[in-house]
Design a protein around this ligand. Structure first.
Ligand SMILES: Cc1cc2nc3c(=O)[nH]c(=O)nc-3n(C[C@H](O)[C@H](O)[C@H](O)COP(=O)(O)OP(=O)(O)OC[C@H]3O[C@@H](n4cnc5c(N)ncnc54)[C@H](O)[C@@H]3O)c2cc1C
Length: 233
C-alpha cells in the first residue's frame, strides 16, 4: 500500500471526506488520474447525513485563521499549496471572530462540485471492503498507489481488512485535542505569568524546568493510553 512508483499516472483514494477530497484534488492537479471511492449514500456512517464530500460531522469551525497562531499559519501554507479544502472554506466562510468557520452545507457543496468537475477524478460510489485489488504487486500492473482516507468512521468491513493487512488488533484515531492544564495546578514559582494574553486565555511559560525539558517530558512520557485517542475495536 505504501509502495510508490516513479511517474505514477493513476492512484486510488478511498473515502471522500476532508482528507480524501484534498488528496484526490492535489494528485489530480498534478496530472494524475484519481479514482475516488466514497460509500455514501449507499452506506452511511453513524454521523454523516448527506452524500456530499467533505461533510463536516460536528463543529463548523476549522480553528484559528490568525497568521500568528499555529493553525492560522498552517492555513496560509495550505492556501499557497492550492488546498481545495481551504479554498472552499474561504469561499463559504461565515463570521467567527479570528476563526475560519464555514456554512457547512455551502462548504460541502463547493468541495463536491470541485471534485465532480475535475477532469482527472473519477468518483465511484461504493463501499470498499477488500483491499486485495489495491495492493501493488512487484512488477505487476496493479492500480497504482492507494490512499486510505476513511477517517474515524471507517466502515467495519474495511476496518477489518486494514486490521488484517496491518497485523494489528486495534486501530487508533488521534484527535487534535490540545492538552489541558488547569491554572491552579501551575507552580507560580516556576513560571512567568502570563507571557501572552490576546484572548481571554493566558499562555504560561515554564522557567523551571525550561520549556524544552517540559516538552521532552510530554513527548517521551505520554500517558498510556493517550487521553485523546479513540480506539476502533
Ligand atoms: C461524531 C464526531 C464528531 C467530530 N467532531 C469534530 C469536530 O468538532 N472538530 C474536528 O476537528 N473533528 C471532529 N471530528 C473528527 C472528524 O471526523 C475529523 O476532523 C474529520 O472529519 C476527519 O476527516 P477524514 O477525511 O479523515 O474523515 P471523514 O471526513 O469522516 O471522511 C471519511 C470518508 O470515508 C468514507 N468511508 C468510510 N468507510 C468507507 C469505505 N469502506 N469505503 C468507501 N468510503 C468509506 C466516509 O463515508 C467518509 O465520507 C469528529 C468525529 C466524529 C466521529
Amino acid at each position: 500500500m505504501t509502495t510508490y512508483t516513479s511517474g505514477e499516472r493513476s492512484i486510488a483514494v478511498i473515502g471522500a471526506g476532508l482528507a480524501g477530497s484534498e488528496a484526490a484534488w492535489q494528485a489530480a492537479q498534478r496530472g494524475v488520474h484519481v479514482t475516488l471511492y466514497e460509500m455514501r449514500p449507499h452506506r452511511m456512517t453513524p454521523a454523516h447525513q448527506t452524500d456530499r464530500m467533505a461533510e463536516l460531522v460536528c463543529s463548523n469551525s476549522l480553528g484559528s485563521n490568525l497568521p500568528d497562531r499555529a493553525l492560522g499559519l498552517l492555513k496560509n501554507e495550505l492556501r499557497q499549496l492550492d488546498s481545495l479544502i481551504i479554498a472552499c472554506a474561504d469561499r463559504t466562510a461565515v463570521p467567527a471572530g479570528g476563526a475560519l468557520a464555514v456554512g457547512r452545507d455551502a462548504f460541502s457543496h463547493a468541495v463536491t462540485e470541485a471534485i465532480a468537475g475535475h477532469p482527472n477524478i473519477t468518483v465511484r460510489r461504493e463501499e470498499i471492503t477488500n483491499l486485495s485489488p489495491f495492493l501493488i504487486r512487484e512488477g505487476g500492473r496493479g492500480v497504482g498507489s492507494t490512499i486510505i482516507a476513511t477517517g474515524p468512521l471507517t466502515s467495519p468491513a474495511l476496518a477489518q481488512a486494514i486490521r488484517q493487512l496491518a497485523g494489528q488488533d486495534y486501530l487508533y484515531f488521534f484527535d487534535a485535542m490540545a492538552p489541558i492544564v488547569t491554572a491552579d495546578s501551575i507552580d507560580n514559582q516556576s513560571t512567568n505569568l502570563p507571557i501572552y494574553q490576546s484572548t481571554n486565555l493566558p499562555i504560561y511559560q515554564s522557567t523551571n524546568p525550561p520549556i524544552s525539558q517540559f516538552t521532552n517530558l510530554l513527548i517521551y512520557h505520554p500517558p498510556n493510553p493517550p487521553a485523546t485517542t479513540s480506539t476502533v475495536p
